[in-house]
Design a protein around this ligand. Structure first.
Ligand SMILES: Cc1ncc(C[n+]2csc(CCOP(=O)(O)OP(=O)(O)O)c2C)c(N)n1
Length: 639
């Protein structure tokens, strides 16, 4: 007789409270079901896969043992939170991950009470957790605070600042170090080597000693299960680890895929710990899904994929990505100039510096997730006559801003900043949007700030940055593929502070900074069709501004529109500032400055985001018509 298939256990677990009713012995089955659910969901949405697969057991164990959401659970970066979302009332929406109006791909306070802290940038969880732990103590509440942080994220200065503070405050904070020996790329640095040494088993103490140690610290209630767990987990590290020197009670490494190891340790810590505790958990990124386990990047971030084969959907590109054009151009220039060096903060492939790393390994540095250090490290290299290209995404450069100001710009050091992911990034949402770089860079004296309008321009800007040695220089470009223009054999050196006219007209002037140029040209077609002769110019530089170009456009047109994919305070603001100081606004010129709207724009496809921001062809046409006091036309009618 065949038995009916059992109801999935996961169907009975909507919230962590339901998990409390599941027998410990059934948890491995639940873990399998959570994995299957997550793999199926991400195969449809794309997103971060490997990190979540690695923490399925850990997430279940934490929710089983602790009383979330009253106990606070914080995931560092938040890209590993999909199992957490499945178990905290969001399973019915899990297939909306990263889609317009769907679940965020990261933790988000507004989304759930089970997300006490939003994230997406790394290495914030210990600081936030410490604040919560201290806040609970000040308010007289007894509450557990658990910060889960990866070994890659642990390499950042901010994580160490928090450890340092937590050890001194003696706060009741539980840090779980999720050590999968991976960042996005293989981890780099002495810290990673140190963790590998801890996990390699050289410094383990025997079971009996461990029992004594835990009893002494955590109290007398060490149960037999923990002793068994320790036997399985190869023992506990003896005193004197770096974390212990910083004031943490350090447990581990333990097997992060074994409930027999996780549950007793977490229960003992919950019931007995007083000061800060660090539990070192060893996991495998991509665990339980063979294609992910086999992949070099452990499927850190994936497109939609076929669950059976693991093959990812790849849209056929029409043009090379800006990232790869940058990477190739830098390698080409590095062949001519041995002073060129490359620096990345844990993003060799994302930034295109992987190409440089391959071609010139001794001149390329992956410093780990350490943007602040990356910038000042580049500054140091510049003092020695090198030409550092410090390639950091727009959003992550925010973390190194004081270093840009204080260590680079004030000293006038020629550090080159290639800024990828400038503008909308789509599914990653507002935490990853590159909105502010022009604003925060162009305000610095003597900084040169460029934006590439297309991939050929990007090549010119790489060459220009090599040639410019008088101070810091940046160039921004977006995520995704270029517009398909022909690439020059080698970039040209651009004249600093000079823009270009791309199309000449007489009534309307569209002055673009960056890749919105293409939509300006399309909008110009619509405007011409409506009888409005239109000039389109590519500013190339937000700093120094091309004053002659602006004067010429202002004096010979009725309308002047600036357009950029950045927040207010950037290119357009500098143009207006210049025009007001020159009196160019005094004679009836109609001026509009098109920037990103003053909101945190939620995830959607980039085209939807451009339309919402009004920064597309239709939005440009509408703005021109609005400036002329004419009826707003629909782009369909215009185009
Ligand atoms: C400040 C900052 N820099 C870079 C990134 C890009 N990033 C996202 S996840 C990640 C790797 C994190 O490694 P780890 O903490 O070990 O987590 P794992 O993915 O291995 O689970 C990086 C570099 C980021 N999110 N934040």
């Amino acid at each position: 007789m065949t038995s009916l298939p059992a109801t999935p256990l996961l169907d009975t677990v909507k919230l962590p409270a339901d998990l409390k009713k599941v027998d410990d012995r059934d948890l491995p089955r639940l873990a399998r079901e959570v994995r299957d659910e997550m793999i199926d969901a991400v195969s449809k949405t794309g997103g971060h896969l490997g990190a979540g697969l690695g923490v399925v057991e850990l997430t279940i164990a934490i929710h089983k043992v602790f009383n979330t959401p009253d106990d606070r659970l914080i995931f560092d970066v938040g890209h590993q939170c999909y199992p957490h979302k499945i178990l905290t009332g969001r399973r019915d929406r899990i297939r909306t991950l990263r889609q317009e109006d769907g679940l965020s791909g990261f933790t988000r306070r507004a989304e759930s009470e089970y997300d006490p802290f939003g994230a997406a940038h790394s290495s914030t969880s210990i600081s936030a957790g410490l604040g919560m732990a201290v806040g609970a103590e000040l308010a007289g509440k007894k509450r557990n605070v658990i910060s889960v942080i990866g070994d890659g994220s642990m390499s950042a200065g901010m994580a160490f600042e928090a450890l340092n503070n937590a050890g001194a405050l003696d706060a009741r904070l539980i840090v779980i170090l999720n050590d999968n020996d991976m960042s996005i790329a293989p981890p780099t640095g002495a810290m990673s080597a140190y963790l590998a040494r801890l996990a390699s088993g050289r410094a383990y103490m025997g079971v009996r000693e461990m029992g004594k140690k835990l009893t002494g610290y955590l109290g007398a209630s060490i149960d037999r299960a923990i002793t068994r767990a320790v036997e399985h987990a190869r023992g506990y590290v003896t005193g004197g680890t770096m974390f212990e020197e910083l004031g943490f009670y350090h447990i581990g490494p333990i097997d992060g895929h074994s409930f027999d190891h996780l549950l007793p340790v977490l229960r003992n810590v919950r019931d007995n710990a007083h000061g800060p505790v660090l539990i070192h958990v060893v996991t495998q990124k991509g665990k339980g899904y063979p294609p992910a386990e086999a992949a070099a990047d452990k499927y850190h971030g994936v497109n939609k994929f076929d669950v059976i084969t693991g093959a990812q959907a790849k849209a056929k590109p029409n043009a090379p990505s800006y990232t790869s054009v940058f990477g190739d151009a830098l390698v080409q220039e590095a062949g001519f100039d041995d002073k060129i060096v490359g620096i990345t903060a844990a993003m060799p492939d994302g930034t295109g510096l992987g190409k440089m790393l391959k071609a010139y390994p001794s001149r390329t540095f992956d410093v780990g997730i350490a943007e602040q250090h990356a910038v000042t490290f580049a500054a140091g290299l510049a003092t020695e006559g090198f030409k550092p290209f410090c390639a950091i995404y727009s959003t992550f450069l925010q973390r190194g801003y004081d270093q840009v100001v204080h260590d680079v710009a004030i000293q006038g050091l020629p550090v080159r900043f290639p800024i990828d992911r400038a503008g909308f990034v789509g599914a990653d949402g507002p935490t990853h949007a590159g909105s502010f770089d022009t604003t925060f860079l162009a305000t610095l004296p003597n900084m040169v700030v460029m934006a590439a309008a297309d991939e050929a321009e990007l090549k010119h800007m790489v060459r220009t940055a090599v040639a410019y040695d008088d101070g810091p220089i940046s160039f921004r470009y977006p995520r995704g593929e270029g517009v398909g223009v022909e690439l020059p054999e080698r970039g040209e050196i651009l004249e600093i502070g000079k823009g270009r006219i791309v199309k000449e007209g007489s009534k309307v002037a569209l002055l673009s900074f960056g890749t919105r140029l293409r939509d300006c040209l399309l909008a110009a077609e619509d405007l011409e069709a409506a009888g409005l002769s239109t000039t389109v110019a590519d500013a190339r530089f937000a700093k120094p501004l091309d004053h002659d170009l602006i004067r010429q456009l202002a004096r010979h047109h009725e309308v002047l529109i600036t357009i950029e994919e950045g927040a207010v305070g950037g290119f357009g603001s500098h143009v207006l500032q210049f025009m007001s100081s020159e009196g160019l606004l005094d004679h009836g010129l109609k001026v509009r400055s098109m920037v990103l709207p003053d909101i945190w724009m939620e995830q959607a496809s980039p085209d939807v985001m451009y339309a919402k921001a009004g920064l597309d062809r239709a939005g440009i046409v509408r703005t021109v018509f609005g400036a002329l006091g004419k009826t707003v036309i629909d782009v369909g009618a215009a185009g």
